[in-house]
Design a protein around this ligand. Structure first.
Ligand SMILES: Cc1ncc(COP(=O)(O)O)c(C=O)c1O
Length: 382
């Protein structure tokens, strides 16, 4: 073991899934072999069981396994009847999939700026945009629970009711995060989750989940997932192939019982960073919203005074993994240039894009590794 410790102190990966899965691989292999031997590859029994188990864990009435988080968002918008000429309001500071799902549904994305502390949609900014929407083109809001911390859903539910718009939660990064013991994905009309391998609950490939409490929306989403069809070769809606793979569902059933423990490990590692990094003047540790738990899909600091790039280079030299989620806000992406947004339109998001930096954090990260990261950051600022 001394060799392992020396190695760990010479480099720290941004993420190491092998540690998380080390003891579970024989069980995953058995589960996947069971699917292969049964031949039930498409929507086999494991899909149904996975959906039931997730619904129970999540406290959702309905849960649907789907192909990935992007498709989950698209299915949600389609099930809600979003169509061309509608607008969908979301955060400019998110993974671009939130926006591409909107555009692919035919709607136009519009934005409201974020809260500088949590990086999530600021309800006051949301209301300002909704108030200006005299033609009532905005038909849905997609709050994104970034980095594993929930948006202010009480405020957003109130706004959705007041302005009569749908709420689709982009919970792709926030599985397990809670507001008053109610998990993200259960606050809006539909919840959308990514089970991309790096997520807190990750598949061994692509996968996603749609949740809802509404039987009608569930029936529509179920149909859209499979070519708009519930009876073979009878098509009531335009859907597509958004099915989750049965082998993914089988692997995810092995992982799900460990999710609470993995989230706790992330939270403990985050508290350790907080304690060690809080005293450094040149960075800001992640703010904790008063209303939400934080599942730390990412541990994201702000690097002040335009020194992020320099710090990144320093960390790279020390072989410390790090990442910027996200360097360009959505409204300034070339793909949306026809909408004619410009720098300065959403200044809080733009500043965040210049300052955020995610540090190594995953279940199984060791204290010496975290000390090495903290030591390198302290050394850089000295
Ligand atoms: C906020 C957010 N939305 C949407 C997605 C899309 O999910 P997927 O990669 O499973 O399609 C992701 C995942 O990367 C995400 O982080």
């Amino acid at each position: 073991m001394p060799g392992f410790l020396i190695m760990a102190l010479e480099s720290v990966p941004v993420l190491d899934l092998s540690r998380q899965y080390k003891n579970l691989l024989p069980e995953v292999n058995r589960a996947m072999t069971r699917v292969v031997e049964s031949g039930a590859f498409i929507l086999g029994p494991d899909v149904n069981l996975f959906e039931r188990e997730v619904a129970q864990w999540m406290g959702s009435k309905f849960c649907l396994g789907v192909s990935n988080g992007t498709d989950a968002l698209f299915i949600a918008l389609r099930a809600l009847g979003i169509k061309p000429n509608d607008q969908v309001l979301s955060s400019p500071f998110t993974f671009f999939a939130t926006v591409s799902a909107t555009v692919n549904s035919g709607a136009e994305p519009v934005f409201a700026d974020i809260d500088p502390l949590t990086f999530n949609l600021d309800p006051n900014q949301v209301e300002a945009v909704l108030k200006k929407d005299k033609l009532k083109k905005i038909k849905a809001i997609i709050p994104v629970h970034l980095y594993g911390q929930a948006c202010d859903m009480e405020a957003l539910v109130t706004l959705a009711n007041k302005y009569q718009v749908a709420l689709v939660e982009d919970a792709c990064q926030s599985i397990g995060a809670e507001i008053q013991k109610k998990k993200t994905g259960n606050w809006g009309h539909v919840g959308c989750f990514s089970l991309y391998p790096t997520k807190n609950l990750g598949a061994v490939g692509d996968a996603g989940i749609v949740t809802t409490q509404d039987a009608d929306l569930y029936e529509k989403a179920l149909s859209i997932r499979n070519h708009g069809s519930k009876i073979r070769y009878v098509h009531d809606l335009i859907g597509s192939n958004f099915r989750i793979d049965t082998v993914q569902a089988a692997a995810l059933r092995v992982f799900l019982p460990h999710l609470d423990e993995w989230i706790r490990a992330r939270q403990n590692a985050a508290s350790y960073y907080d304690e060690k990094l809080a005293r450094l003047d040149w960075i800001r540790i992640p703010a904790r919203a008063r209303f939400s738990t934080h599942t730390f899909h990412q541990y994201t600091i702000r690097v002040l005074s335009n020194r992020r790039e320099e710090l990144q280079k320093y960390l790279s030299d020390k072989k410390i993994g790090h990442a910027v989620y996200y360097p360009i806000p959505c409204h300034l992406q070339k793909a949306l240039q026809s909408l004619q947004y410009k720098p300065g339109d959403f200044p809080v998001a733009e500043k965040a894009a210049q300052e955020v930096l995610s540090l190594p954090l995953f279940p199984g990260i060791t204290t010496p590794e975290q000390d090495y990261v903290v030591g390198a950051i302290a050394e850089f600022f000295n």
